[in-house]
Design a protein around this ligand. Structure first.
Ligand code: SF4
Length: 429
């Protein structure tokens, strides 16, 4: 079956092996049908994918000061604001590789600051990577080799609904005909374990403790495995015999992987928890094979960090105000800059989900966003843009940072690419 696309060309009615851009694990096995009514996820889509692909984005118009206008007028208005700006802030950054490249070029030319909306989560990782390094696994290695998965204080099922299905519950392994059953340990209370199921799954162990005290349990596990157990009855509300049992399972593993999603570790100094886990994994490697695996990457966060790193030499929170990249993860955090009254124009890019809304700002805001965003106040300029992988082709870096995946144009709409709008503004200023 073929259908006519908005630009008149013929496209298949059903596309298979579609890559989903709506969370960082970038599942590439979806089947999506397109009809006059829009896109329909037919196979392998989780609720996030269905919400993302099947959303109606028709009818959105560029706006200046809340009034509908044409695209050229909106681009001209955005250009005028940026031309007059002394310190523009480029935030959100929910876009693909080309979109982030365009943001970087515009920030460079206009002397602005770049920061992703989910940078707080990413910096829980970056600070450990920058100061101490780590052993990181990949989705593929974990899928094929792990016999133990330790979930560290993260609701993986909520943030990445198919992680367990695609990486943990799989029956086959590339390395052996008879892969062992997997033990899955959840460190932290209130974590959704419902995604763990199937013949490959062995024991499921829950260690309920407050998420901000997971680091204490990791410390106790470390002491136990080192042979100098804590002389306590419990740690973070977890009985020591439970700690001993978990330590024993870790010790026996052939390839244990400690998995977290940085946005879940949303408590003060959570980078210390990431650091503790990372150091524990390093020590475990003295006698076996263990690794960390960080998920995240929703809303293009990992892509933004990767592109910013390879273009400026630094991860996010970089300022071009001096004419050269200046990196300071505290000073150039856009939410804090807005609170402090720094910056005079906010450019907010959110092309994947309408949930990525800009923070309250007393300065003019230019929003390049997917239709349907519920904005707290009327932006100076709003330009609706397409979603990479639904409305136009694109590319995203996967959460494990080892591959970038191409995204297909499913021709959901004819909305413009955010990268093209940003490039047009850059050319004009
Ligand atoms: S788990 Fe993530 S990448 Fe996979 S289908 Fe769901 S939203 Fe898309």
């Amino acid at each position: 079956m073929t259908l006519s696309s908005p630009d008149g060309s013929a496209v298949p009615g059903v596309q298979s092996h579609v890559t989903c851009p709506f969370c960082g694990i970038l599942c590439d096995d979806l089947e999506v049908a397109r009809s006059a009514a829009g896109l329909k996820v037919q196979r392998n889509g989780c609720e996030k994918a269905i919400a993302g692909f099947e959303r109606n984005v028709a009818g959105a118009s560029p706006q200046v000061g809340g009034r509908d206008t044409d695209l050229a007028t909106a681009v001209a208005a955005a250009t005028a604001l940026l031309r007059a700006s002394r310190l523009p802030l480029y935030g959100g950054l929910g876009t693909d590789v080309e979109g982030v490249r365009a943001v970087m070029a515009l920030a460079d030319k206009s002397g602005g600051v770049v920061d992703h909306a989910l940078s707080d989560g990413q910096y829980r990782n970056f600070r450990v990577l920058q100061t101490a390094g780590w052993f990181m696994s990949t989705l593929t290695e974990t899928r094929n080799r792990a016999d133990l998965i330790v979930v560290v204080g993260s609701d993986l099922h909520k943030l990445h609904p198919r992680f367990f299905e695609r990486i943990v519950n799989v029956e086959a392994s590339l390395l052996t005909e008879t892969p062992p059953k997997r033990t899955v340990i959840f460190l932290g209370q209130g974590l959704d374990t419902s995604g763990i199921q199937g013949s490959r799954v062995g024991e499921i162990v829950s260690v309920p403790c407050p998420l901000d005290r997971v680091g204490e349990v990791v410390g106790a596990l470390k002491a136990e495995i080192k042979g100098s157990p804590l002389r306590l009855d419990e740690v973070a509300g977890v009985k020591m015999d439970v700690v001993k049992g978990v330590a024993e399972r870790i010790r026996k593993a052939s390839y244990g992987v400690f998995v977290w999603a940085p946005p879940s570790l949303a408590f003060p100094n959570a980078d210390l928890t990431v650091g503790l886990v990372s150091e524990f994994v390093k020590e475990l490697n003295l006698a076996g094979r263990y690794a960390c695996l960080s998920l995240g990457g929703n809303e293009g966060a990992v892509t933004a960090g990767a592109v910013c790193s390879w273009q400026s030499g630094y991860p996010l929170r970089v300022s071009f105000a001096s004419g050269a990249p200046d990196y300071d993860f505290t000073r150039y955090a856009i939410p804090k800059m807005l609170e402090a009254g720094d910056g005079d124009v906010l450019v907010w890019v959110a092309s994947f989900t309408p949930d990525l809304t800009p923070p309250a700002a007393s300065i003019p805001t230019i929003v390049l966003g997917t239709p349907g965003m519920k904005l707290a106040s009327t932006p100076a300029v709003y330009i609706p843009v397409g979603t990479p992988g639904a409305d136009h082709a694109g590319r995203l870096v996967r959460c494990d940072n080892v591959v970038s995946l191409p995204l297909r144009n499913l021709k959901r709409s004819t909305l413009p690419r955010g990268a093209d709008i940003l490039a047009a503004i850059e050319l004009a200023i």
